[in-house]
Design a protein around this ligand. Structure first.
Ligand code: HSE
Length: 315
């Protein structure tokens, strides 16, 4: 039996929502799991670029052995029902660049889990899968929209369970994503964060999270401009992300721009705007990265409303 799951890219944090906000985007990895019949063949993992991908996906960064996150996720699922995985072939066809802050790891974890769960006869429900995916990923903000699609708020509680809720992103608000041609591993980007933050910064972000939810709900662009500010992670990470401070500065007088935020742990940057000046925004981003001598892929994308989807199932 062979199961394929198509999983969207995701952007996490969206400014104030460190480790809890995430949104799906229409760039996809397809994860296929096949039970092989030859005993003793173990787990084989193959990764290849999808024909519709951008040029440089940095796929060499994905481990293909037992250190692979897809393997870890699948193993946890099997273990949860008292079994061990063996004789599985896992193929990853990738459009999502690695180590750019676009949820590449979440996509393979989710794809592997959903496909393996189907192979096993669906022993785990959605919340159990979210919980395993979060355990492997370390935080729920990418894996939740990867499974559910859309814009999600999620939390992993102290007992490991996941609480989530979906929000409707206003259709008029455009997402322009800038993907620079350098990598930034999430663990490096997390290593610069302090263990504790000043109370005033925690209060600053708590206010912005409340404003974010209200701004999305009311489609209130002016409130969203304030809501997208952050003091918990971006101030510490900006030194690791050439182009972020410069793009934000160069777009700050454009009234159509609602905000510039890091995508997840970076280095991709999201520019959230109305539709009025998309070409102008793209030119500013391009010129800014050119002046810094970095190549950048720039694309305006809608929110992907669907989460992971099964695309084929052969007996
Ligand atoms: N919330 C996580 C972080 C996302 O910012 O480290 C990583 O993709």
């Amino acid at each position: 039996m062979k199961i394929s799951v198509k999983v969207p890219a995701t952007t996490a944090n969206l400014g104030p929502g460190f480790d809890c906000l995430g949104m799906a985007l229409p760039i996809y990895n397809t994860i296929t799991i096949e039970e092989t019949v030859l005993p003793g063949t173990g787990i084989e993992i193959n990764v290849m670029a999808d024909e519709n991908s951008i040029d440089d996906l940095s796929l060499e960064q994905i481990p293909m052995d037992e250190n692979s996150i897809v393997y870890k996720a699948v193993k946890l699922l099997y273990n949860s029902i008292g079994q061990s995985p063996s004789e599985l072939k896992i193929n990853i066809s990738s459009q999502i660049p690695v180590a750019r802050g676009l949820g590449s790891s979440a996509s393979v974890i989710v794809g592997g889990l959903l496909a393996a769960n189907k192979l096993l006869g669906d022993p785990a429900d959605e919340l159990a899968l979210l919980s395993i995916a979060t355990e492997v990923e370390g935080h729920p903000d990418n894996v939740t929209p990867a499974i559910l699609g859309g814009l999600c708020i999620s939390s992993q509680e102290e007992d490991g369970s996941i609480i989530y809720s979906k929000l409707d992103w206003p259709d008029d608000w455009q997402i322009t994503i800038c993907i620079p041609d350098y990598e930034l591993a999430t663990d490096i980007s997390r290593s610069v964060l302090p263990l504790e933050v000043p109370m005033k910064d925690a209060v600053f972000n708590a206010k912005r999270m409340a404003m974010f939810v209200q701004a999305v709900h009311q489609k209130d662009k002016e409130l969203m401009k304030i809501a997208l500010q952050d003091r918990l992670h971006q101030p510490y990470r900006k030194k690791l992300v050439p182009g972020f401070a410069e793009v934000s500065e160069n777009l700050k007088h454009d009234d159509s721009v609602i905000g510039c935020v890091l995508s997840g742990a970076g280095p991709a940057i999201l520019v959230i705007s109305t539709k009025d000046n998309l070409e102008g925004i793209k030119s500013v981003i391009k010129e800014t990265f050119e002046s810094l001598d970095f190549n950048v892929e720039i694309m305006t994308l809608p929110v992907e409303k669907n989460g992971a989807t099964f695309i084929s199932q052969d007996e």
